[in-house]
Write a new protein. Structure first.
Length: 256
């Protein structure tokens, strides 16, 4: 069984004390592919270190997180593009719109999002979307580029079935399903039940959003098995089938 975590911050300082042991534990459990989204310029060195330590298992993305967009966001984008010109990445990410904490830089977030989608086209890469309290705002920009048919993952999908249909109607998108699917009354179980498995990829978003029964604690790489099992239960199929299909879906997106 090969499981793929399409979104994990393994470079987070929360893993500094036991990162290697946790990754090895996850690999023993069958989680052998880890895709790491970038957040800002300061997260790049740590991400590269993890990638260098586990080159056959950990793959870096490059992008500016919407929560890292501020008055100096254009300088940050210069750094992101410098690296995109210098080497290959798995994707542009994570990018998007976040209006949960603060709407001060909404216009700047929109500009950064559009710029980075253009990079996805330029460098022939998929992109990974972060959207929080901003589904309509996010989709408005995504739809500006729908004719480009760029592959993408809607990370940490938490919308309803109708919104999922909007995303999947684009034809090149997958929904990233994480620990929220295990939360009681999240409603995500209804989405997973309604959507064909071929449209789903798995993610932990570690160290955030740990699945039950670890909710509220540090999320860890091997917890992806709990997410996979929950999807298997909802779909009434084996965890091995979930692993096989979702890993193939991740290969279809990332091309690796």
């Amino acid at each position: 069984m090969i499981l793929t975590d399409t979104h994990t911050h393994l470079y987070s300082t929360e893993f500094d004390a036991d990162r290697t042991a946790l990754i090895e534990k996850a690999m023993t459990a069958g989680v052998t592919r880890f895709f790491m989204p970038n957040v800002a310029s300061e997260s790049i060195p740590g991400m590269f270190r993890v990638e260098q330590q586990f080159p056959d298992h950990c793959f870096a993305m490059m992008g500016l997180h919407p929560c890292s967009v501020n008055v100096s966001y254009q300088q940050e984008l210069v750094v992101m593009q410098h690296w995109l010109e210098k080497r290959k990445f798995a994707a542009i990410g994570e990018i998007g719109i976040d209006l949960y904490w603060d709407k001060t830089f909404f216009e700047q977030q929109q500009d950064a999002f559009r710029t980075q989608i253009r990079w996805a086209k330029k460098y022939n890469l998929p992109y990974v979307i972060h959207s929080r309290n901003a589904f309509d705002e996010t989709m408005a920009i995504v739809n500006e580029f729908k004719e480009e048919k760029i592959k993408a993952i809607f990370h940490c999908y938490s919308g309803n079935v109708e919104q999922a249909e909007q995303v999947l109607a684009l034809g090149t998108f997958k929904l990233g399903i994480g620990g929220v699917v295990t939360f009681k009354n999240s409603g995500l179980d209804k989405v997973v039940e309604a959507v064909d498995l071929k449209h789903l990829v798995l993610e932990t978003d570690a160290p955030y959003l740990a699945p039950m029964p670890h909710r509220g604690k540090r999320n860890e790489p091997d917890y992806l098995t709990l997410i996979a099992q929950k999807i298997a239960d909802i779909k009434k199929i084996s965890i091995e089938e979930v692993a096989e299909v979702t890993t193939q879906n991740s290969k279809d997106v990332f091309g690796m």
